[in-house]
Design a protein around this ligand. Structure first.
Ligand code: BGC
Length: 776
């Protein structure tokens, strides 16, 4: 603390000097924009080159596995001042201890920043992000980030590697589970909500986290859906379809940005100056700091853009400030290993290093770490604010709101809490899989399995029978790869036939079968790309056998991505997609199964009919040869497949309810809009079924003629409303000229006069539409 006090006093003196000099220099940023500039400069003045480089170093503590390497000797290195921040370290007491070393033992006593992948909750775990996005409930999503920040900060974390906003249209890519789906507008709204939720109004409060938008940029467009693969994309597509959510996070004030693993225009994002400086800082005005992804500087050697010196030089020159996991002994290329030499031989200027150091120190000031380095870890708070009843109840509610009802023939759902219910499937008791991928702080075994949830909710009102029915997959090796990180689903010693026989015996005694099938948590997530998007065959075989019993079957589907469900959609009467619902999974699933909550989730990624259709998205362009028939029948020399239809199985925005909604009376207040005007669109939505329910009313537009081709539909607004049984509401939207803007071939962001269609409906497949004109 003595050292800190010394730094603080010194910095006040220098602050006065700088404030005075800034007034006469019209080119420098006004001091009010970076209130910590003076303090930061004063510390910088005390630092050796080595100490500067060490501030840029972000090792992993090794508490949690999220990558391939581990740092050695972290404590010793912190004591030597060789570390700027640490990630993957858990618990308030441990973090306090480590902070103490940094503050009291290192020469300058600069506090560390502690990062973690707090992705969808901390201990109270919410649905995987793709599931959160299907709630279409922005207030609720913001609150999930707020709760996560409260819990993680109580445990000492001050920085989260979230939100992940990579648009993806390719369900083969396992990381679609971590994102918000395929739509740039919706993903942008979610990005904003998450940043506000984490950062709150005061970044230096002890219960907020600095957010980090990732993975900048275009990571979700990896070729063939294979993780870490190349990306090649036109600028016009980038600007219109992939960049908006990152930009939305920047506009919302996100404090940091993580560069992506992929290349852009042939240059890895980590070394891409156009991306990290020209676009991010100069065009978008971002003034926080940029961190690499895990060992990404070193990986640029494999990409083939330089040797160990050159890749670090590329990264720092491009605008990277912090190097994640570069200091592991197995990694030769890292800022701390090569940049000293690059500075000494004139390849990198000291002012470039200073800029990066200043950004890191500024972030530490913004977080209030210089005022109180221990403010984020508080064992008392950790005891009273983490995994509380209130947070868990909220997580349960959120989970119900993210579930998507894909089919419900003859109103099989909701089921009655009476008679005998057979719960069958390898995921029924897999509590450790309920939180889904990227839930590194979750106590997996405290999550509530479907079996435990149903048991609690049913009480003695019905009889619950259980059988595993099958293993996760016929292929043991695949099963092992899909159940890593403490999420094992122990393989049953019995044969497949024995497991099936037991399930059928139980099914025979039941009135209804709840089949809990699909992917395990680690079937999706990082490094979990798939070429086959089916439910694993052994589980399909089980499902088919259960269907043959003639009993009503409800498929409770676990998945981290869109799957191909053509057969299931054909044969299973009810399908409830629950994603990975989080720590309160079993209770939330029971709420929806028994009708305490009416499902209201809507897909944010298209569900294809076949893997061969992907990448697939609703907001595609037309071709010169669209199909001429509305039934989607094959037409030679038109854009279609010889062996599959064009349309998806379930479109973007799709999701059923236990009730039904009717849309009518679409009206528009004027038929034309001037360049500075706006129009009002309204629609009547009626609840025509037998349950109260929530509906996501969606508004899309189509720009019929443009200087460049425009998508067949683009989401431009949505409202989630509650309608009582029998109730009708008029829902109103405003469309402004800004909503009609897009990037032209010269990358100007403009709206062009001409005809537009506006669609409103229950999903993207709506045909309820009107026309209007944009006039000069
Ligand atoms: C992932 C990032 C993550 C980082 C730290 C990387 O492998 O790509 O999303 O934040 O690890 O755990």
């Amino acid at each position: 603390m003595i050292k800190l006090t010394r730094l603080k006093n010194l910095s006040i003196g220098i602050a006065v000097l700088i404030i005075t000099s800034c007034n006469s220099n019209s080119n420098s940023k006004p001091i009010s924009e970076n209130p910590f500039e003076a303090q930061v400069d004063s510390i910088l003045g005390l630092m050796t080159l080595e100490e500067k480089l060490e501030q840029l170093n972000l090792p992993s503590s090794g508490d949690i596995t999220t990558g391939t390497t581990q740092s050695s000797d972290v404590a010793k290195r912190i004591e030597e001042g060789k570390v700027g921040g640490l990630f993957n370290i858990k618990t308030a007491s441990k973090i306090r201890e480590v902070q103490k070393v940094a503050v009291e033992k290192s020469r300058l006593g600069i506090p560390l920043i502690f990062g973690m992948d707090v992705i969808h909750g901390y201990k109270s775990t919410f649905p995987i992000p793709l599931g959160l996005s299907t709630s279409w409930n922005m207030d609720m999503i913001e609150k999930t980030a707020r709760v996560a920040a409260t819990e993680a900060s109580a445990d000492g974390i001050s920085w989260t590697f979230s939100p992940m906003v990579d648009i993806s249209r390719d369900p083969r890519w396992g990381r679609v589970s971590e994102g918000n789906g395929e739509d740039p507008y919706l993903a942008g709204e979610i990005a904003k909500a998450m940043v506000h939720g984490y950062q709150g109004d005061d970044l230096s409060a002890n219960n907020t986290l600095m957010a980090c938008v990732k993975h900048f940029a275009l990571y979700g467009a990896s070729e063939a859906g294979r993780d870490y693969n190349n990306v090649d994309m036109s600028r016009i597509r980038m600007y219109n379809e992939y960049l908006p959510p990152y930009k939305a996070a920047i506009d919302a004030g996100v404090g940091s940005v993580m560069a992506s693993f992929n290349e852009i225009d042939g240059i890895p994002a980590t070394g891409n100056k156009w991306l990290l400086t020209d676009l991010l800082r100069d065009d978008w005005g971002f003034d926080g700091f940029v961190v690499t992804d895990y060992t990404a500087i070193f990986e640029m050697i494999e990409h083939g853009v330089g040797d160990k010196y050159e890749v670090s030089e590329l990264a720092i020159e491009a605008g990277v400030d912090m190097d994640m996991a570069g200091d592991s002994p197995s990694i030769p290329a890292a800022f701390i290993k090569t940049l000293q030499q690059s500075v000494e031989n004139g390849k990198v200027s000291i002012s470039t290093i200073d800029t990066a150091v200043k950004r890191i120190l500024t972030a530490k000031y913004q977080l209030g770490l210089f005022d109180d380095p221990y403010k984020y870890g508080n064992e008392e708070r950790a005891k009273t604010e983490v995994f509380t009843k209130e947070n868990r109840d909220f997580a349960r509610q959120v989970a119900t709101e993210s579930m998507v009802l894909l089919k419900n023939e003859n109103q099989v759902l909701p089921i009655k809490k009476s008679g005998t219910i057979a719960l069958i499937g390898p995921l029924a008791k897999a509590a450790n899989n309920m939180a889904g991928t990227w839930s590194v702080a979750t106590d997996q075994d405290k999550s509530i399995s479907v079996f435990d949830g149903l048991t609690e909710v049913i009480g003695d009102e019905a009889n619950l029978l259980y059988a595993k029915g099958s293993n996760l997959d016929y292929d043991l090796e695949l099963e092992n790869r899909a159940t890593m990180f403490g999420k094992a689903i122990p393989r049953d010693g019995r044969t497949d036939q024995q497991l099936l026989d037991e399930a059928l015996q139980i099914a025979a005694k039941s009135d209804v079968i709840v089949a809990t099938l699909g992917e395990s948590a680690e079937f999706s997530g990082e490094s979990s790309s798939r070429t086959n998007l089916d439910i694993p065959q052994v589980q399909k075989d089980l499902l088919n056998a259960l269907l043959k019993t003639g009993k009503p079957v409800v498929l409770v589907l676990f998945t981290g991505r869109p799957l191909v469900l053509v057969e299931e959609n054909e044969n299973v009467p009810a399908i409830l997609n629950v994603w990975f619902p989080g720590s309160e999974a079993g209770l939330a699933i029971s709420d929806v199964l028994f009708g305490a909550v009416n499902p209201s989730g809507k897909l944010t990624m298209t569900f294809p009919r076949a893997v061969g259709q992907v990448p697939m998205h609703y907001n595609h362009k037309n071709t010169g040869r669209p199909l001429q028939n509305s039934e989607g029948k094959f037409e030679k020399y038109r854009t279609n497949y010889i062996d599959e239809r064009n349309e998806p199985l379930y479109p973007f925005g799709f999701g059923l309810s236990y009730t039904t909604f009717d849309y009518s009376n679409l009206t528009i207040d004027k038929s034309s809009i001037s360049m500075d005007g706006e129009i009002s669109v309204s629609v009547d939505v009626a609840n025509t079924g037998n349950y109260d329910g929530k509906e996501v009313v969606q508004l899309y537009i189509r720009d019929l003629v443009g200087s460049v081709t425009r998508p067949v539909k683009e989401l431009k607004g949505f409202q989630k409303i509650m309608l009582k049984k029998g109730e009708t509401k008029t829902v109103r939207f405003k469309i402004t000229v800004d909503d009609l803007k897009f990037y032209t071939s010269s990358l100007d962001f403009i709206s062009e006069p001409g005809d537009f269609e506006v669609f409103v409906g229950t999903n993207s497949d709506t045909n309820l539409k009107l026309r209007f004109k944009l006039v000069k």
